[in-house]
Design a protein. Structure first.
Length: 189
């Protein structure tokens, strides 16, 4: 694997085509490439989240969690890169369910919608969540056109929920709370 990326600028994509992991070539705006790009962007945004100031009580645990998610996203991108191939395992989706249940149990129930915000770390978790939802839409769209396994769609669906919960946890751990949406009803005449 060490020599696979020895030459970065190959010029093979200059005409708007790119190669998939199975050797086939597709347009750079192909649904599969768009989904891969959204997963790559999400992975980068999680990298940014890992650089944020995370409360000491959560820092080690969250950095480990985020690093595992980054590895899982790399598997997901690899699966998308090779049609009819599977890399992402049901166990990886199950880990998200475990984390989701664990962290959600520490939070008070929501009675109102919340706004993305609070601490920088929580705000970045919300950015990750919204990028994750876009990636999910890309994967769902691709799945309407080409066969896909269930795990990629399930993974991003659970991950976006987890990122929402982690944003809430980050705000509370920093001594803050959720930023509630204050919807004022307008009287109609």
């Amino acid at each position: 694997m060490g020599n696979r990326l020895s030459k970065i600028a190959t010029r093979t994509g200059d005409a708007g085509m790119t190669g998939l992991g199975d050797g086939s070539r597709v347009e750079k705006d192909h649904l599969r490439i768009c989904a891969m790009g959204d997963i790559d962007e999400l992975n980068s945004e999680i990298g940014v989240l890992m650089t944020e100031s995370i409360p000491e009580s959560l820092a080690e645990e969250f950095k480990s969690l985020f690093l595992q998610v980054q590895h899982d996203l790399f598997d997901l991108g690899g699966e998308l890169c090779i049609p009819n191939y599977t890399l992402l395992k049901p166990e990886q989706v199950a880990h998200l369910d475990i984390w989701l249940e664990k962290y959600n149990a520490t939070l008070p129930p929501l009675t109102e919608f919340i706004l993305p915000g609070g601490t920088r770390a929580a705000s970045q978790a919300h950015v990750c969540r919204t990028v994750c939802r876009r990636a999910e839409r890309s994967i769902v769209r691709l799945g309407w056109e080409e066969p896909l396994y269930d795990a990629p769609r399930q993974y991003v669906n659970r991950l976006s929920d987890l990122l929402f919960v982690l944003a809430r946890v980050l705000n509370r751990a920093a001594g803050g709370q959720d930023v509630l949406w204050k919807h004022e009803k307008k009287e109609t005449k």
